[in-house]
Each structure stands twice: as C-alpha cells, then as structure tokens.
Write a protein that binds this ligand. Structure first.
Ligand code: ADP
Length: 268
C-alpha cells in the first residue's frame, strides 16, 4: 500500500453538554503513515473523545481534524469511510447476525447500495477474518461469541473495509496474552505495509514496544508526545497516572517497561 494519508488533529477542543470543563482542550498531533501512533492516558483523559470526534459523534468547539489535507467536514460519510476504518471501544451486537454478514458491513463502502457480494468482497471478508485470528468463524453468530472473539470479529470488519487509515480504541481489551500479542503484531504489519495506524491503548508496555509515536493525554490536554523514550518517563507518568511507579528496561527484550509500585509497602 502506498500513499496512505496522515490523520491530523489540530488544536482540537470538545466540550460535552452540561460539563464545565473541556473533554479535549487544544489537542494537536499527527498520526503519520507507516507507523503506529498510540494515544495513552488515564481514564477520563479524553482518549475515546478523540475517536468520537473523528467519527463526528461529537462536535468540535474549535480546531480541525484532517485526513491528509482534507478537513473532516468536507468529506462525505462514504469518503471518510473509504479512507478511515474505526474500531470503537464499545459496540454491542444488537441484531444477532452471521459473522461473515457482520464483517461484510466493512465492504459496504466499496459496493453499490444493496448490491450482492462480489467474489472480491467474499475474498476480503475471509482474508480479514483470518488476519484477525478468526479463520473458522464465518458461519457463527455474533451473539454466540465470547468477548475476545467479538473483539476480533470487529477488528476483522475494519480490515475488510480496507481503508488506508485504521483507528482502534482499546482493541485488545478482553483478549488473552496470545491474542493480544497477535493484534499488536498485526497492527505492526499493517503499519509496515504503509497504513496509518492510530491506537488507543492502556497497555503502556506493549505500546512502548510497538508504537513509534506516543501521545500522552492528561485532563484533555497533551501532557507529552514523542518516541516511547520521550514519553516513558517515570516522573511524568507518576504525575499523570497519580500512582507511584518505576520505568525499567526489560532484561529479556530490552523494551522500556512500566512497573506500578505498591502504595502500602508490600515487597513485590
Ligand atoms: P477516556 O477515553 O480517556 O477514558 P473520555 O474521552 O471517555 O476519556 O472522557 C473524557 C471526559 O469527558 C471525561 O471527563 C468524561 O467524564 C467526559 N465524557 C465522556 N463522554 C461524555 C458524554 N457523553 N457526556 C458528558 N461527558 C462525557
């Protein structure tokens, strides 16, 4: 894949109705093609609001979100979906349906309305399910999946969409170690293919291993941004997460690693 657009947030501010403070307040960063950009930060710091703003579920008080050079309001929903696939944090399977029909929703942007699935759509659906680690799930029903399986099927739908920009909000919650690592490795592969990958994650240690750019949010503002080395700073993270911690280098893989300490003086 060549020429994936970047995804830029320029001075973005969001304030929810009835709230006195802004959920996002002057947030600027660029997710570049060819790498994983990770948004991290404590609960309530504004991570999901960024994704909601991108999906146009919440209006901006000020600022601009751009896909490549195009500001969000200039794009039709179809144009946006052709360029950006999003896996939101929460999404319940409302109407039970067959898994491949659900993943086929990702093909919608490539098809005429109500058109039948073409051979290439079928191929994209099977390929997406396999890449998301659910190769044999096409005939299963969405209401009979475990939390982790449902998560992977949602990722498959976004892969079937085949958009050059991929945005995922906590895609590995509910996943065990193997499936979580498989998702991080898949995102790494997609970024190496040239896609723009924006990942919201609580998994700081994995993010530090896989992402080349990290954006740390705190109370709706960017507290730090840069390489994992820039952001994985003990004093900074202790302040933002309001918990004692140390940053070490993992002896096995050499990655920066955050270890939260016990407040009540335990020995481990
Ligand atoms: P995060 O994803 O980092 O946990 P959120 O983006 O969900 O943070 O929330 C940022 C802030 O906006 C929080 O203070 C949260 O309480 C508030 N917030 C989120 N969604 C809404 C909403 N629909 N209405 C009002 N306030 C909201």
């Amino acid at each position: 894949m060549t020429d994936a657009p970047s995804l830029s947030f320029e001075n973005v501010a969001v304030q929810y109705a009835g709230r006195t403070t802004r959920a996002l307040d002057g947030v600027s960063f660029v997710a570049q093609p060819g790498r994983i950009t990770a948004i991290v930060g404590p609960n309530g710091s504004g991570k999901s609001t960024l994704v909601r703003a991108l999906l146009r579920l919440t209006p901006l008080v000020s600022g601009t979100i751009r896909v490549g050079n195009d500001a969000l309001p200039t794009l039709t929903p179809r144009e946006l979906a052709r360029r950006v696939a999003v896996v939101p944090q929460r999404e319940e399977p409302t109407l039970p349906m067959q898994v491949d029909d659900f993943v086929a929703l990702g093909r919608h942007v490539h098809r005429a309305a109500f058109g039948a699935l073409r051979v290439e759509d079928r191929r994209a659906i099977d390929h997406a399910l396999a890449r998301a680690g659910m190769p044999a799930a096409a005939q299963r029903r969405t209401d009979q999946l475990s939390g982790g399986e449902w998560q992977r099927v949602r990722i498959a739908r976004s892969l079937a969409q085949d958009s050059p920009v991929l945005v995922l909000d906590e895609p590995t919650s509910f996943l065990d170690i193997a499936h979580e690592m498989a998702v991080f490795e898949l995102l790494d592969e997609l970024a190496r293919d040239g896609r723009t990958v924006l990942l919201v994650s609580h998994q700081l240690n994995l993010v530090a291993r896989f992402a080349s750019h990290m954006v740390l949010l705190h109370a709706g503002q960017v507290a730090a941004a840069g390489s994992p080395l820039d952001v994985m700073q003990g004093a900074l993270l202790e302040r933002v997460y309001d918990w004692p911690l140390v940053i070490t280098r993992d002896p096995a893989v050499g990655a920066l690693s955050l270890l939260p300490l016990r407040r009540r003086g335990g020995s481990s």
